[in-house]
Write a protein that binds this ligand. Structure first.
Ligand code: OGA
Ligand code: ZN
Ligand code: ZN
Length: 374
């Protein structure tokens, strides 16, 4: 039943009659108490110490378990067949993370305006199912609205702590957005009444805050409607329509800077940071924070051509949703993917005051995993 090859072992699993595992991989994943700490389940065995000529001297199947005796130190390892099925990489990479396995972004454009996932603030405290659905919406769509939050100062910071933890930045744990001249954190255009074109926040960080939450304490002015654009949609369009531009923007570093009384953060990263599979990992776009391009002269024209192409897609009406948020509403975005903005507003027509807090995207996925375990 178990075939011993030169460097691999083959066995039939319910999920794959010809599953095949490398000896070195099996040895590395021995879960006996010598190799894994019995309390923490962390690896104690040092992977780099495994001899590369490790091999099974014998192997047998018994009671849904695979037992392997190794040709080194007479060590014995036992694996549940269900565990092997779950981690069978011989037919492609396995997905053993319940929060992200099979994940595909649900990209959207203007039509999404009428179906943005909307939640009731109180339910996110009272119902695990509601909170789980909210986490999933942040993951899948990257844009949600929460209604009915109390208009208390600091409420959004407490909400972040309810879900995960606050991601502190040089704008503090919580920051105010209102057009008050001299406001302590009036470092940027958000503290004016001007339009804010769709952007992601804080692309100047190597790890920008992953989830952004805007709590409207007051919105009585004319104008100031919120806008959002799905970076994943824009990137898909760019990739299809102008692969050269996609290549340039995923490989050319762009410098961003943001400062406050507390700090001054500068970093260079491509606008489109891809993962090892070429999928979008971090989308950065902020007209106001981009610094002078610092690239080779022979690349400058091509860079601006690509940048203009991306900017045109970001501004395209078919990609943009617009909606009005009122006192007690919260907009939450996946800031590694979705851009947000607002229309200009008239400060004389009524007050407008938002408080913002951030979380890391990891904290939302973490909360989702904890809810899935319940
Ligand atoms: C911001 C921002 C949006 C708004 O402060 O970063 O995008 O509605 N504000 O004022
Ligand atoms: Zn072991
Ligand atoms: Zn912003």
């Amino acid at each position: 039943m178990v075939n011993l090859n030169a460097s691999t072992l083959q066995l039939p699993l319910d999920s794959n009659p010809e599953a095949e595992f490398h000896y070195v991989w099996l040895r590395d994943n021995c879960n006996c108490n010598e190799c894994c700490h019995s309390d923490t389940k962390e690896r104690i065995l040092v992977s780099a110490d495994i001899p590369l000529d490790i091999a099974a001297s014998s192997a047998s199947l018994d009671e849904q378990k695979l037992k392997v005796r190794w040709n080194q130190s007479n060590h014995v390892s036992v694996y549940d067949l269900s565990w092997l099925s779950q981690h069978d990489y011989s037919q492609g990479s396995f997905t053993d993370d319940p929060a992200t396995s099979g994940f595909m972004p649900r990209v959207w454009g203007r039509e999404f305006e009428s179906s943005i996932p909307t939640f009731q603030y109180r339910e996110l405290y009272q119902s695990d199912a509601a909170l789980r659905a909210w986490c999933e919406s942040i993951r899948d769509y990257g844009l949600t609205i929460i209604r009915g939050a109390p208009s208390n100062e600091g409420e959004i910071e407490r909400f972040a702590e309810h879900v995960g933890c606050v991601r502190e930045t040089i704008y503090d744990r919580l920051h105010n957005v209102r057009a008050t001249p001299g406001e302590y954190n009036a470092y940027n255009v958000a503290s004016t009444t001007l339009e804010l074109k769709p952007h992601t926040d804080m692309p100047n960080y190597n790890n920008p805050p992953g989830v952004q939450m805007f709590h409207f304490l007051q919105n009585d002015s004319v104008g100031g409607e919120s806008t959002a654009v799905d970076g994943a949609m824009v990137v898909r369009q760019l990739q299809e329509r102008d692969p050269d531009a996609f290549k340039i923007l995923s490989s050319t570093p762009v410098r961003f800077r943001m400062f406050s009384d507390r700090g001054d953060i500068i970093n260079s990263n491509p606008l489109l940071t891809l993962d090892v599979n070429g999928n979008l990992k971090v989308f950065r776009f902020s007209n106001q924070l981009a610094q002078p391009a610092n690239i080779a002269p022979e690349q400058m024209d091509a860079f601006y051509r690509a940048y203009r192409k991306l900017g045109t897609l970001v501004e395209a009406p078919e990609n943009k949703v617009q909606f009005r948020l009122n006192t007690g509403d919260i907009m939450a975005t996946n800031n590694l993917r979705v851009m947000h903005g607002r229309n200009a507003y008239d400060a004389d027509s009524g007050g407008r005051h938002l408080q913002l807090s951030y979380m890391d995207y990891d904290d939302v996925l973490s909360r989702l995993r904890m809810l899935m375990k319940k």
